[in-house]
Design a protein around this ligand. Structure first.
Ligand SMILES: [Zn+2]
Length: 456
């Protein structure tokens, strides 16, 4: 009977199999009565082991009692989340813990989709100094899981000439899911001499490579251009159109010849992404404290506005009036690199906490770090906890206290809440566990534990 209840609690088909097994067991008892009586204790022992094994097969991991925030599915309440074979298997008000091989109590914590950071710089290892295709970038795994991030997009570190190197050096060797926006510059983000060279901005080979790597190359990037010409933007849009992927624009140096209004109302397509939206470097403010109306016009056309905090692209004197005017970011991203991570930006959760400090509700912040960015780069399989979705999951703690949040100019804003990552799952596997909530206390383990095992 116990078996019956367990099976029903999860999956109807397993319940049916369990009932079949019980009736077959009844027949076996009638035919083999003498044998059965003699072996009764042994039989019970094995039967319960079999039931146990069956229960264990139902779910690998159960996150129990957490507050699930899954904006894609409109979930913002207490739910249990069960995982099986690397995918979300059930999200229910209550899931019987006996149906899971491992249960982790997450009461008091928030369970969200693994965070998706669409503006990072992770093309490193080339040995090139002062380069975002080199030393200025960071290996993703060292910076992602500890902050709940399971997917990053490298924003233009590589171009069509060096994407394959990036792929073999970082993308295919990372546990983090690494996607890429291909720079319209063939050599990628290798510094001034390369990034100002209009002759190396070729839509054709860029689009061709993007098409060949569909699903990994999810956008085209133009960045850092210091001249007054529109060519970098126009060629990026041409490549993006041919490859059917969005363009992300770092609008470079501000020029009257190419104003922000023309970019977001004429040059970009709906779905293209304007990053560094709170930088104040390119006319985002019309006057102190007042947003450029072009931002609203761009949004009305369907242009996407992304944070891209970085080392020099987030100012309170821009972000505060923007949020007061309800000009919220479509996506929250870090612009992670060796400079930003040690300055005001720090990490994804710190940037998200800044928006809590600006009084955005938590579910709106989570939406902008999960489902929104996933959709922006047309990866709709990511950024949510639907049954069947990949089990990339973040378990977050919302701390209350007195916290300081620093912008790119060293100005502080005080807040009372900070998000901290407790646990990160990538394809259902624990990849970060701050307080060891998925592990056992050492005193409960065998006296010689670890002697023969590989350390976890
Ligand atoms: Zn960047």
């Amino acid at each position: 009977m116990t078996i019956h209840t367990r099976a029903r609690a999860g999956d109807g088909s397993i319940g049916t199999r369990a009932r079949t097994r019980l009736s077959r067991a009844g027949v076996a008892v009638a035919v083999l009565a003498p044998f059965f009586i003699f072996h009764f204790p042994f039989f019970i022992f094995h039967f319960s082991l079999g039931a146990q094994a069956q229960a264990e097969r139902q779910y690998d991991l159960l996150l129990r009692g957490g507050h699930v925030i899954d904006p894609r599915n409109g979930v913002d309440t207490i739910r249990d989340v069960a995982i099986r074979k690397g995918v979300i298997a059930a999200v229910e008000p209550r899931i019987d813990p006996t149906t899971a091989a491992q249960t982790v109590e997450v009461t008091g914590l928030y369970v969200t989709p693994g965070l998706v950071d669409i503006h990072t710089h992770v093309y490193t290892g080339t040995g090139e100094p002062n380069s975002y295709a080199g030393d200025n970038s960071v290996y993703p795994d060292g910076f992602t899981f500890r902050t709940g991030v399971t997917t990053v997009v490298d924003a233009g570190g590589s171009g069509w000439r060096n994407f394959d190197d990036f792929k073999s050096r970082v993308i295919s060797r990372s546990r983090t899911r690494v996607l890429a926006m291909l720079n319209i510059v063939g050599h990628g983000m290798r510094g001034g001499a390369f990034e100002q060279d209009l002759t190396d901005m070729e839509p054709q080979p860029t689009a061709e490579l993007a098409r060949r790597n569909r699903g990994t190359i999810v956008g085209i990037k133009t960045a850092h251009y210091a001249g007054p010409e529109w060519a970098p933007v126009e060629r990026a849009v041409q490549a993006g159109t041919e490859a059917d992927i969005p363009v992300m624009v770092d609008f470079g140096k501000n020029w009257p010849e190419r104003p922000l209004a023309e970019l977001v109302t004429k040059k970009l397509r709906p779905g293209d992404i304007y990053t560094h939206v709170y930088s104040g470097l390119r006319g985002e403010l019309a006057s102190p404290g007042h947003l450029n109306p072009a931002l609203f016009a761009g949004r009305a056309r369907g242009v996407i506005f992304d944070v891209g905090h970085g080392g020099g692209s987030f100012l309170w004197r821009v972000a505060v009036p923007a949020i007061q005017a309800r000009f919220l970011p479509d996506s929250i991203s870090t612009d992670l690199h060796i400079g930003s991570m040690n300055a005001g930006m720090k990490d994804m959760l710190n940037v998200m906490s800044k928006f809590l400090a600006l009084h955005l509700p938590l579910d709106e912040v989570v939406r902008r770090a999960t489902w929104n960015p996933a959709r922006e780069v047309k990866q709709e399989s990511l950024g949510h906890l639907s049954v069947g979705a990949v089990a990339d999951v973040a378990v977050l703690r919302l701390e209350h206290g007195a916290f300081g949040f620093v912008d790119s100019f060293g100005a502080r804003l005080q807040g009372t809440e900070r998000l901290v990552c407790e646990l990160t799952l990538r394809e259902g596997k624990v990849v970060y566990d701050l307080n060891g909530m998925t592990t056992r206390d050492w005193t409960t383990l065998p006296a010689d534990y670890g002697a023969a095992d590989v350390p976890r």
